[in-house]
Design a protein around this ligand. Structure first.
Ligand code: ZN
Length: 287
């Protein structure tokens, strides 16, 4: 079941669950994500970053679309951190049903201007748009634009931004960072700020950098009203840790021998995220 983000997250917001957006840039990861979400009857977002897209090529999007149509699970194909208008148009042409324009590093007025332009273009073909306000921290092992210092999202500016751009969903900065946190870095979410943001604007809110935050904080953020959580590092870490282990055997070379245990290890993490986000068994709301 292929749909856009606005359709997907309207239901999530009404029913107090968050849909995971898993960064997916190989057929093996796609297979594991789709299997796990079908088993858990959990709606899902397949997120592809422009760097991931240029690696896998446009034909990969065609196979995601095929998987989405075959599945009984609601699926959104989302461009993660689009940086330019050209990347956005390219993604729409490939068949993405949702795009993110991330101009959060730009001055407020410039962020408004480019987001507005993207919204006008995307909405013309029923594609939804995510933007970002504030900056999400970085941990040094991610490919996405992020800042060394987190600039928290200002609620009054967020309200103005949503009104001026008509954006469908908003990524907010409340203390997460992209990637896996180093041992000396303790992530702490500003849940008080999230409450204020939730009361100030009414579109679905998105949490980036959701890997390796404490589970109880993430669960609480879902209760308060986060509707989409991005997960990239956590599933890749599980997948490739198992790959390294399997490949210790110098004689193994068949993909259908190497990958099944890796997919299985990754699926365990996916099940956990789905339960944590209260996303299990929510397909029923879309029937
Ligand atoms: Zn992100």
């Amino acid at each position: 079941m292929l749909m856009n983000m606005k359709q997907l997250l309207k239901v999530a917001q009404e029913n107090h669950f968050a849909v995971p957006a898993f960064n997916t840039s190989s057929n093996m990861i796609l297979k594991g994500v789709m299997e796990a979400c079908h088993e858990k009857q959990a709606p899902v977002i397949i997120a592809i970053h422009p760097d991931e897209l240029s690696f896998v090529g446009d034909s990969f999007v065609a196979s995601v679309i095929e998987e989405a149509y075959k599945s009984d699970v609601p699926v959104v194909i989302h461009l993660d951190h689009g940086a330019t208008f050209e990347q956005i148009v390219h993604a729409i042409r490939c068949g993405f049903t949702s795009v993110m324009i991330d101009a959060s590093q730009m001055p407020f007025e410039d962020n408004v201007a480019i987001t507005k332009k993207v919204v006008e273009t995307a909405h013309a073909v029923n594609v939804s748009v995510e933007a970002e306000l504030g900056t999400i921290g970085k941990t040094g092992n991610d490919v996405e634009p992020s800042a060394n210092k987190i600039i928290y999202t200002d609620p009054a500016l967020a309200k103005e931004f949503v009104e001026k751009t008509s954006v469908d969903t908003l990524a907010i900065a409340i203390g997460t960072a992209h990637g896996i946190y180093p041992k000396n870095m303790k992530p702490k979410l500003r849940l008080d700020l999230l409450k204020v943001l939730r009361d100030t604007i009414n579109i679905p809110l998105v949490l980036h950098g959701g890997s390796s935050n404490p589970d109880d904080e993430i669960a609480e953020s879902v209760k308060i009203g986060i509707s989409k959580i991005n997960i990239s590092s956590d599933i890749k870490e599980a997948f490739y840790r198992k790959c390294r282990e399997v490949l210790q055997d110098p004689f193994i070379r068949e993909p259908n021998e190497i990958y099944p245990p890796c997919i299985k290890a990754m699926k365990e993490v996916i099940y956990h995220k789905i339960d944590l986000f209260n996303d299990a068994d929510k397909v029923k709301f879309y029937k």
